[in-house]
Design a protein around this ligand. Sequence first.
Ligand code: HEM
Length: 252
Amino acid sequence: MDDSPARAGRSTFAWLVGASQLVGLASVVLTGVWMGHFRGGFAWDGSTQEFNLHPLCMVLGMVFLQGDAILVYRVFRNEPKRNIKILHGVIHLFALVISIVGFAAVFENHKAAKIPDMYSLHSWCGMATLVFFCVQWILGLLFFLFPVASSWLRAVYLPFHVFCGLILLVMAIGTSLLGITEKLLFSIMSTYSKFTPEGVLANVLGILLVVFGVLLGYLITKDEFRRPPNPEEESLSVHFKTLTEGQTPASP
Ligand code: HEM
């Protein structure tokens, strides 16, 4: 039997996953270099060095880890679903904790420097993203990890959960782009148009974040890369249909 199309599909998948990881890691490293090298490094004392932790934590937590938490369903698509659910939840938990540290850093810095809170479009989009992220995480936990809902409700909620996950990633990347532009205008307004290294580095960071989002979007939505239904899940779904729609499963 010729399985070359399947093999080609698997190798495309592997290349795309590899590329997404390279681009994601490069985004985190570039954010670190931007804040560490060009903006004076990191500290936890209310200063601008504390602010510098904000972009780093947000790109690492909200973008890179959130993206990878979604990707585990495609990368480990032949592993038992329960293990993948736990991994998905745990990576999201790391993403949430790191993002909260990033939020604390910027709010503390604003407090110490007496800068007003929540005045910018970036901060509004950022707050909406974090709140939406928390709601999605809690609902995901209740519906899928400790299922308190009926299987009917879970089946109805699943496509919505998947859709919201992608929207959240788009929101996180969009918010980061706003934050990058805002930071550049605050710190190098007079030299940005002269193609200074800091401005170019931050622009490249923005492009990498967009590429990460595009790669993730493709990997997640392409049918060929989805998890194949396993026989146990299939039989459960037939049983479920029998119960809900009164259908009789085909006799053996
Ligand atoms: C998903 C990612 C991000 C989220 C959810 C987010 C969220 C927020 C929030 C809620 C604030 C307001 C804090 C306050 O009012 O005290 C803020 C401030 C700020 N963020 Fe972000 N941020 C993200 C990524 C970034 C990135 C990548 C940068 C790039 C440097 C950045 C730069 C800034 C700047 C300059 C401020 C201070 C000015 C302002 O309040 O708008 N942010 N961020």
